[in-house]
Design a protein. Sequence first.
Length: 337
Amino acid sequence: MLHTLFSFGSVKTAPEWITLVLIGVQSGLQSNKRGIVSWARHHGFEPNTKNRKPWVQYMINGIKLKMGPSFDYESHPLEFTSWLHFRSLVDIILVNDFTTYLIFVLAYFRAPEGGHGIVDILRYAGGAGLLAFNVWVKVDAHRVVRDFAWYWGDFFFLSSTTLTFDGVFELAPHPMYSVGYIGYYGASLIAQSYWVLFVSLLAHACQMAFLWVVEEPHIEKTYGGGESTARKERNEYFKRDLTIFKNFDFFRASDLMTGFIVLQTLLLTLIIGPIDHSSSFTDWKYWFYVSQALVWRTVYNYGLGAVLYLQGERRWWNKHFVKHGDSGRDGFGSWKV
């Protein structure tokens, strides 16, 4: 039944997915060429326009009805009313997007065979926790940015020349796009479905693509390099650091050391071979791999944690380098390695 309902919902909302893509295109055009405002002006949405086409007047009447009897459409600039029309379209898309995703999750939810064990209870609790955290992120983000930024109002007109960040915006960069969709993974946990997980990953990737292609360039263009000073300061410390294998430099000793360690680990694993599962607890390979995991996890958690604690409390790490004629930056460079 739910699979049928989801299929019906997918067919019914196919135009919605097309419109969702068009919203991204429209936002980009509005940011770069004032495309939506120009389109509205061309079709007679400007205030005090005579002899409007019926479909234009119908859309304007919808805005008047939504805003209430005290709203005078003809006394507001075109940029503001264009944003109201765009906002109405976004509302339709967001509601349908949430509804179809919810139906999709329910359609692929399967209750565990043989009842609910402790693992299932923990899975439900973890998923519910992620969903609750997602709701808090969205609510707090809306508290900070209000409707104006929530509906991309600065693509149409500016109410402030500076960006104000508070609350959840201090938790993570672009929280509405990053941790603001962590509920996807909570739903995947509850549904226990790889289909839900893969679709959620794709949906989240599309959100991040919109951020990268449309939102970020618009912020830079509209508000300038508000973080340029901080970014320059960060770049002095993080120039071309190795991130996994990104920025790998064969002329940098630390990168070569990292590469050799990874290569050694892979070769050692291939030489030792897989564990004999028929007698795993008595197989020395099993205890070798377990000890490797325990040792390196202990070093990571407690070894590095101890260094960070001493550095925070006594500046212990930096003092060591200063004592031997180096600088704090040298100490930080060694810490990164």
